[in-house]
Design a protein around this ligand. Structure first.
Ligand code: DLL
Length: 437
């Protein structure tokens, strides 16, 4: 069995974990109530005070926090520590308008490093590893978050940030990099760069990837593993809660373990906001149990998944979540049918003839929704034989129809013609949002 960074916390009995979470919940509720005006007001409106929170079961009495709250109280309205205690600001671009920013105390940064080290240890990494961090550095939590994780672990960090693919490959080769941390889409881009470099694979020491920041399917994992010749692990996180390190896969890869002594997860129905039955799918909600700078209570992530409570073969008892299937706001309703980009990705990655690169355009023409999917054909299958290409297109359209339940308009495009991403991939353009809002 692999090493575990913090056995006391990662392998705690369920009863002990609940006790710890209850204690921490009481403390964090007091903290926001007495230090953060919007939380106090919100709790008073809901008729709940810190004295009503006696254990974890009482969490349902507390109001939710949403992304909108972070925008409404931008930039510092949700802080529960004075600015003199805040040592770092990170942020994310968000989908519209203002960025979302989060403030961290020194202790928050230490805990972030600790949870990050748990992830890297679960991937089989240690002091002798050189980790190339190719997540963007800056406000985005990916770069500095992964960086802190490697330093806490005691490995060697190579802070490449995203971009400049040729230099990335050169450094990976020359320095004997053993692990790569970046988005799964950038990993694919780097795999193309590696193939084009002509450098023999056996001269690289790369064996592990820590990929996250965007949804990716099992099919995409296999594709990356084959192309890079590594084992690819999932890492999950979000700016509002911490950044990368909220959850991680172990060697068994049956879901993502959540660092639930710091981040308490719930699953609710995205429409009714009611908790779902154990094991059911729904929207992931987090309460930070130890954060000082910007603790959040029952934060609605918009991410869709389910929780798995069985003991994992790795020995960790920390609850797991299924791969994120998408976000509530990723879901497209096309002719009344719910469609997720991850479904399209799964079909395309499963089909030998295509590259894992596609672009979806949704529109409304004559009051009817349209969906066009551009897909890159692999070099060796891209030919002048029109009949062959038509057949390929038909067979993909057929597979997509059987999975999505609607008929998309499939367009086959040349290899390397779709834009590559160095960060989070942009795979959908929904023109209806501009014309019909
Ligand atoms: O993406 C933090 C991060 C950086 C995680 C690097 C992992 C690696 P945000 O920019 O705030 O933070 O975006 C958070 O990205 O709510 C999910 O929708 C999505 N996401 C993050 N990790 C995963 C993952 C960072 N492993 C949002 N699988 C989250 C699926 C993910 N989606």
């Amino acid at each position: 069995m692999g090493k575990i960074w913090n056995e006391t916390k990662e392998c705690m009995s369920r009863d002990d974990m609940r006790r710890l979470q209850s204690e921490r919940l009481k403390k964090v509720v007091e903290r926001v109530y007495y230090n953060c005006e919007p939380y106090r007001k919100r709790m008073q409106e809901a008729g709940v005070s810190p004295a009503d929170i006696k254990s974890l079961d009482d969490i349902v009495k507390l109001p939710f926090t949403s992304k909108k709250d972070l925008r409404d109280y931008y930039p510092f309205g949700l802080l529960s520590s004075p600015m003199s205690e805040i040592v770092r600001i990170q942020g994310s671009s968000g989908t519209t308008g203002k960025p979302i920013v989060a403030g961290y105390t020194r202790r928050d940064i230490e805990i972030w490093g600790e949870v990050g080290a748990r992830c890297l240890t679960a991937y089989g990494l240690g002091k002798n590893d050189i980790v190339q961090v190719s997540y963007g550095y800056g406000l985005f939590t990916g770069g500095l978050g992964a960086h802190g994780a490697v330093e806490t672990l005691g490995g060697t960090v190579l802070p490449m940030s995203a971009g400049n693919t040729e230099k990335q490959i050169l450094m990976m080769h020359d320095l004997g990099v053993t692990a790569l941390a970046c988005t799964p889409s950038y990993a694919l881009y780097l795999a193309e760069g590696l193939a084009a470099s002509g450098l023999p694979r056996e001269e690289f020491k790369l064996r592990v990837g820590a990929f996250g920041a965007e949804p990716w399917t099992e099919q995409m994992r296999r594709d990356i593993e084959n192309k890079l010749g590594i084992k690819a692990y999932d890492i999950y996180g979000l700016t509002e809660i911490m950044g990368p390190g909220v959850g991680y896969e172990c060697e068994f890869q049956h879901g993502t373990h959540i660092c639930e002594d710091h981040f308490y997860p719930e699953i609710v129905d995205p429409v009714t906001s009611e908790p779902v039955a154990p094991g059911e799918k729904g929207e992931l909600v987090f309460t930070t149990l130890t954060k000082e700078g910007m603790p959040l209570i029952r934060f609605r992530t918009r991410d869709l998944t389910r929780l798995i409570y069985d003991k994992c073969e790795c020995g960790r008892t920390a609850v797991r979540m299924d791969k994120i299937m998408g976000r509530c706001d990723d879901m497209m309703i096309i002719r009344g049918v719910n469609v997720f980009p991850s479904q399209v990705e799964a079909v395309i990655c499963e089909t030998e003839e295509f590259e894992p690169h596609f672009f979806i355009t949704v529109d409304r023409v004559n009051n009817s929704d349209t969906m066009e999917i551009k897909v890159e054909v692999k070099e060796q299958y891209y030919t002048d034989d029109i009949r062959g290409m038509l057949k390929l297109r038909e067979s993909l359209a057929h597979k997509l129809h059987s999975v999505l339940g609607i008929h998309p308009d499939v367009k086959l495009v040349e290899p390397r013609s779709l834009e590559r991403s160095q960060g989070k991939a942009k795979r959908v353009l929904d023109k209806r949002k501009f014309t019909n809002d």
